[in-house]
Ligand binder design. Sequence first.
Ligand SMILES: [Zn+2]
Length: 101
Amino acid sequence: MHKRQHQQAYDRTRGTAQQRGYDADHRKWRAAVLARDPICTACGREPSTFADHIIPLKQGGAKLDLANGQGMCSRCHQAKRGRERHQEQAPAARWPPKRPG
Ligand SMILES: [Zn+2]
């Protein structure tokens, strides 16, 4: 009766990739996005190294839809992520503009 041990080992090997959010489907989606957009869609110069979700998953974007994917270089991707983070933290950041004089 070693069924329980066997099951635990199976879950361990199967779970690691999914815990990081990079399962087989996601890898396929990423490869397809990079194949379609080999050059960064943001700056149009650097080779794409990231498959970015146009609509972030947090905002209800489709995770595995090519239409919601765009290839980006690491710099543009980081800039986009930074903007998104900023928007999350301060969705209605308003400050009174200074009047000249
Ligand atoms: Zn770029």
